[in-house]
Ligand binder design. Sequence first.
Ligand SMILES: C[S@@+](CC[C@H](N)C(=O)[O-])C[C@H]1O[C@@H](n2cnc3c(N)ncnc32)[C@H](O)[C@@H]1O
Length: 209
Amino acid sequence: MELIKKYFPNLTIEQFSKFEKLEELYKDWNLKINVVSRKDIDELYLRHVLHSLGIAKVQEFLPDSKILDVGTGGGFPGIPLAIMFPDSEFHLVDSIGKKIKVVEEVKGGLDLQNVKSFNERVEDINGSYDFIVSRAVAVMPTFVRWVKGKIAKESRHERRNGILYLKGGDLTEELSDYKTAQVFDLSEYFEEDFFDTKKVVYLPMKYKG
Ligand SMILES: C[S@@+](CC[C@H](N)C(=O)[O-])C[C@H]1O[C@@H](n2cnc3c(N)ncnc32)[C@H](O)[C@@H]1O
């Protein structure tokens, strides 16, 4: 929790209390359904919460924007981002029902009214989103094929919309076909060693205007 305060000192009391409660909820749920590995649950704030919030350092979501988290698993990066941006609407999708059950429980426990969850494959989701966020789900070509029809045709975010993907390691080959991709090193925002190789890939998508 200190980590969240360190990098996001200006949150409201309500946001801090939601981030605080989140640990308790995930620890409880992890005893019933293993959504986060044992090692990771001890480092929940570093490996899951702060990592998810790396996207918030790269892109601020404006009020009324719509964000889709693809393959959210237990709710990452969608849940931390929904706490961070309470005026944006987050749709969290995963094809595994028990993961969505955990997301629903955490959503209820934190009273996150800006979150909706869907137990579906992303290919079956119809919707139009300002940004698609994700972590650890598919290689870029597959991912782009799944989501490219779901990006809003008009941008609310100063000509920015598209994919924001948390990735790690050397992305040169994976991104070689995506000339417009921008890679942001999370080590520029967070000093912990965990972030040394972590990145946010922003892939802009076409929009009008
Ligand atoms: C490695 S987990 C990552 C979970 C979460 N994003 C995280 O970083 O903690 C990948 C998740 O993607 C989901 N997934 C894979 N393909 C999917 C698809 N086509 N539609 C929806 N969910 C999918 C899986 O069910 C799994 O929960």
